[in-house]
Design a protein around this ligand. Structure first.
Ligand code: 5AD
Ligand code: SF4
Length: 445
């Protein structure tokens, strides 16, 4: 049929560019913000956009400085299009508030992570030429208020936020301040959102929370823990895989450990940060457990699920960390054997207790980070290489770089590519034949 035979109706959609920094929670939030802003379509570049949103992270380093320099780059776009609205969302917005607009007058909207459901009002205010700011911690469930557009088909994997905020107050961390106290979404809402995602093609859901294993969602008069929620989600037929991130060792309760052994849909991958292997530093970090307790916990989880791939977070150069403390962290890593990990040089966060303490020489910290990462990289490579020869299930997500290639994920979260006929969203049996720098290669069985 000729294009010209279609009636020339054009819906006026404005263009929305979102740049997301930081954690998976922000990725999820950015999706919800895009859905909330009716009349906007999301684009991949700030050029020609009608609204630019930076969804920011404040966890480490000079995060705020990065945001200001990014904002400065939009000056030309704003001059070319005075109607362009620029917004700052996420944890920098929460931490800095009005200061963002004072330092960078280009900014029209500042919105904290608990106020995204108010974005349409903030956008309307900005459209009237007023500055719009909301960094409250309201009582209502922001996700409930965020309007979802009519059923768009989704890719096979999705995030679902079930819990936000943190009550742990680790001495180095801004999260309890920027994201506030722990709040769990009620069971019924999580289930409804999961059902909706599955009806739109999702086959794997990662449950998100700053401290997700502390989930305690209300169901009528009862409270559900994370394990019970996972078991209930596993009853959704078309949902094939469940993951959760990120967890605190002290909230790893017995039923969650058991679930790793007997809930088939719960994937054999666990991100369980320990931060340090030195009891002295753990204490100063206010982690409230020892290295030995953590190692024992890992043993128990591995008893339930022997092939579990373990992931962690580490901070080196925490104030007053000595070489001996650092060696204790290296020894813990040796004892645990991680398949994957994130590691960071300590960075002082204003307002946190650790910010008051004497810092380690940056060069010493950099050297420790290098040694720690060398060890973690070796373990990661060994875990990946050990997959060669195994037959595993892969959930296929998208075409690969080469013609005829498809890429998906193993249960252990390794990227796996194959050549052959397999649909997006399909789970197929694959024999792993090679281990490359960042992915595994295999053949379809
Ligand atoms: N400095 C360095 N790393 C940090 N993290 C959190 N706060 C800091 C900080 N001030 C790391 C922790 C946490 C991860 C999300 O970020 O390892 O688990
Ligand atoms: Fe931050 Fe995690 Fe500690 Fe909470 S448990 S304060 S989010 S590091």
């Amino acid at each position: 049929m000729h294009r010209a035979t279609f009636p020339q109706v054009r819906v006026m959609t404005k263009k929305l560019y979102i740049k997301t920094y930081g954690c998976q929670m922000n990725v999820y939030d950015s999706e919800r913000m895009a859905e909330a802003l009716d009349g906007y379509e999301q684009v991949n570049s700030p050029d020609g956009a009608d609204m630019i949103l930076l969804n920011t992270c404040h966890i480490r380093e000079k995060a705020a400085e990065k945001i200001y320099s990014e904002l400065g780059r939009y000056r030309g776009l704003k001059e070319a299009n005075p109607d362009l609205k620029i917004g700052v969302a996420g944890c920098v917005a929460q931490a800095e508030g009005e200061e963002v607009m004072r330092r960078q007058p280009l900014v029209d909207i500042v919105v904290g992570p608990q106020s995204y459901h108010r974005l349409p009002e903030l956008e309307a205010k900005a459209a009237r030429g007023e500055k719009a700011l909301d960094t409250d911690f309201p009582e209502e469930d922001k996700f409930e208020k965020l309007k979802t557009r009519p059923k768009a088909q989704r890719g096979p994997t999705a995030f679902l936020t079930v819990q936000e905020g943190c009550d742990k107050f680790c001495a180095f961390c801004v999260v309890p301040y920027t994201r506030g106290a722990e709040v769990s979404r009620p069971v019924a809402r999580v289930l409804a959102e999961a059902e909706d995602l599955v009806s739109r093609g999702v086959r794997e859901i990662t449950l998100l929370g700053q401290n997700v294993n502390a989930y305690h969602g209300a169901d009528g008069g009862e409270t559900w823990g994370l394990a019970r929620l996972i078991r209930r989600l596993a009853e959704i037929d078309e949902l094939k895989r469940i993951r959760f991130t990120t967890s605190h060792p002290n909230d790893m309760e017995d039923d969650l450990i058991t679930a790793h052994g007997d809930c088939e849909k719960l994937m054999p991958y666990l991100h369980l940060p320990v931060q340090s292997g030195s009891d002295r530093i753990l204490k100063r970090m206010a982690r409230k457990h020892t290295a030995a307790e953590y190692i024992r916990l890992i043993e128990r989880i591995r008893e339930a699920r022997p092939d579990l791939l373990l992931s962690g977070d580490f901070i080196v150069g925490f104030p007053e960390e000595t070489e001996e403390d650092f060696q204790a962290t290296m020894a813990l890593i040796e004892a645990v054997n991680y398949g994957q990990a994130y590691s960071f040089k300590y960075s002082s966060r204003p307002g946190t207790p650790a910010a008051e303490r004497a810092e380690v020489d940056p060069e010493v910290a950099a050297d420790r980070l290098q040694r720690l990462q060398a060890l973690l990289t070796r373990q990661q490579k060994a875990a990946q290489d050990a997959m060669v020869g195994r037959e595993i299930d892969v959930l296929f997500e998208k075409p690969g770089r080469l013609p005829g290639q498809m890429v998906g994920k193993s249960g252990y979260l390794h990227a796996v590519h194959v050549t052959g006929e397999v649909a997006v969203g399909q789970i197929s049996r694959v024999r792993i034949t090679e281990s490359g720098p960042n992915s595994l290669g295999g053949t379809l069985l």
